[in-house]
Design a protein around this ligand. Structure first.
Ligand SMILES: [Zn+2]
Length: 538
């Protein structure tokens, strides 16, 4: 290929820095303009300062990689990453940090494919592929390495001086800006995903513990036998259901008609551990509370302790895996089934997890803790999450480009997913009722996190917990407990109904399940056990 253009390494760094600062950063600049308004001379000065600081920062970073053989390939990667980041920030109001990148790195092809659309491809072509092609047709002049090094150190020092001078001159304004708009750091691309990727690698590779810390080695079952029947407890891990659209939690629409007719215990004030699956799912089973939670690699979980005392655990999954929460227990992936009744286009409705379950439970001997991990309300293609008979609310948003649908059409599609979860949970309860001659049965459902449906131009989930809107952290939580299970546990259900009105969270799961299954261990914290105060002489 004949190279058509030619440019020095330092001017190219400056040009690329300018390209990044002005393209792909609409969200960053609109937030900044919003903060520094009205446009009087002081605010204009601040915006100019912000522009010179961001430009200097990008120029400094690009100068670091502006060396032969490295510059072109790395810049190409940054261009492509920048284009995708710009699309997701502009389209869904997403902030980019370590946790968001964890979702990206730990997703599966089906989930990733669901996000691809024409608009994303346009972003990639215009901001990523096209400038990359230009870059590869351009000869980069580095010159003599000695003189390049000298000039480069000079301009890099200049860039740092610009940043330092601005920080010194406008210290108060910057302090107030970052205090009030701390999230803008996560909006400035490509710095956000470069930093986030480094942070992710540091966190997941270098801070990864060498050894999994055992939990509850002293665990033993107390006081339970002799029992008339074994215990069957089902934990349903929901996906992306938010309390705001859950009928039982007071939503104006009845999205949970079947649960409303069943004798369930509803927890209207439940909150999640994280705002993404990768954090919330392992966290809810972890002995670590939300504030201290690190990862599933640090400590064993509830499932390890339960298994240790001789209660088998089975995890059935219709999501993109259990994110480390089901390591070391029996696992069935049902998301890739081909049963035409529940599955199409490489994914299945949640009822696939109930296929053959009745027989499986009848054949099983002894106690069992069963986890069902739903696909639930996973976006953005809400309309693909439920069978046709649950398309009750219409018209629905039929695209993954949520920003092109009306709020109403998005809510309609989303509410239909909740209707389907309501049906799924009612079917789980029905299955448990049928098993009552074999087992004492109970079900505990909770969503992993909530969702944004376009409020304040924010979509999907995964916002940093500190900034996350309540819709992403306030989750539905519901229990159904059979009379046999309540009698066996000496559990007063009316008392529990009262208790359920108080605030609860994912932190309660670990200790409540240990308590209700009569597992005694030093890691058990009675104050986090939701059932404890409602049991007679447990
Ligand atoms: Zn999730």
């Amino acid at each position: 290929m004949k190279l058509r253009f030619s440019i020095g390494a330092i001017p190219l760094s400056l040009l690329a820095a300018l390209f990044f600062v002005v393209t792909g950063n609409q969200q960053f600049w609109s937030q900044s303009f919003g903060f520094f308004s009205p446009l009087n001379s002081q605010n204009l000065l601040m915006l100019f300062s912000l522009f010179s600081v961001t430009l200097s920062l990008m120029f400094f970073l690009l100068s670091l990689i502006a060396i032969p053989y490295l510059f072109r390939p790395v810049l190409t990667l940054v261009l492509l990453g920048n284009a995708s980041a710009a699309y997701f920030m502009n389209g869904y109001g997403i902030l980019i940090d370590r946790d968001m990148l964890q979702n990206v790195f730990e997703t599966n092809p089906a989930e990733a494919l669901e996000l691809i659309n024409l608009k994303l491809i346009c972003y990639l072509l215009l901001l990523g592929v096209l400038p990359s092609l230009l870059l590869w047709r351009t000869q980069i002049r580095y010159g003599q390495w000695r003189s390049l090094l000298g000039r480069k150190l000079g301009v890099m020092a200049l860039a740092l001086a610009v940043i330092a001078a601005n920080a010194w001159l406008f210290y108060q304004d910057y302090a107030s800006f970052f205090r009030n708009k701390g999230e803008v750091r996560r909006l400035f691309t490509p710095a956000n995903f470069i930093y986030g990727t480094g942070d992710y690698i540091h966190h997941h590779w270098f801070l990864k513990p060498t050894k999994l810390e055992p939990v509850g080695l002293d665990a033993k079952r107390v006081g339970a036998p002799p029992q008339n029947k074994p215990t069957l407890m089902v934990i349903v891990v929901g996906e992306t259901a938010r309390a705001a659209n859950f009928g039982l939690d007071g939503y104006a629409r009845q999205t949970t008609p079947q649960l409303a007719k069943l004798d369930v215990i509803n927890y209207p004030q439940a909150t999640s551990c994280g705002t993404s699956t990768a954090i919330s799912v392992p966290c809810m089973f972890s002995p670590m509370a939300r504030q201290e939670y690190k990862s599933s690699q640090h400590k064993e979980s509830l499932l390890d302790v339960v298994q240790r005392v001789g209660i088998p655990v089975l995890w059935k999954d219709n999501n993109s895996g259990c994110k480390g929460a089901c390591d070391r227990v029996q696992y069935e992936d049902l998301s890739q089934q081909t049963d035409p009744r529940w599955c199409r286009d490489g994914e299945c409705f949640d009822e696939i997890m109930l296929e053959g379950l009745g027989q499986q439970l009848t054949n099983h001997k002894g106690d069992l803790l069963l986890v069902l991990h739903q696909k639930g309300s996973h976006g953005p293609a809400y309309y693909q999450r439920y069978p046709q008979e649950f398309a009750k609310f219409a018209p629905v948003c039929q695209t993954n480009k949520l920003q092109e649908c009306s709020q109403e059409a998005i809510a309609n599609a989303y509410d239909n997913t909740i209707l389907y979860t309501d049906h799924f949970l009612a079917r789980v309860i029905d299955q448990l009722k049928r098993q009552q001659s074999h087992y004492n049965t109970a079900m505990w459902y909770m969503s992993d996190h909530g969702e944004s449906l376009g409020e304040n131009n924010l979509y999907l989930h995964g916002a940093p917990y500190a900034f996350a809107p309540e819709t992403q952290t306030h989750i539905p939580m519901v229990q159904w407990i059979s009379d046999g299970f309540a009698a066996r546990s000496k559990l007063d259900l009316n008392c529990l109904r009262q208790r359920a009105q108080q605030p609860t969270s994912h932190d309660n799961l670990f200790h409540s399940v240990l308590g209700i299954l009569d597992i005694q261990t030093s890691v058990y914290q009675p104050d986090l056990d939701l059932f404890k105060s409602c049991r007679k002489n447990p």
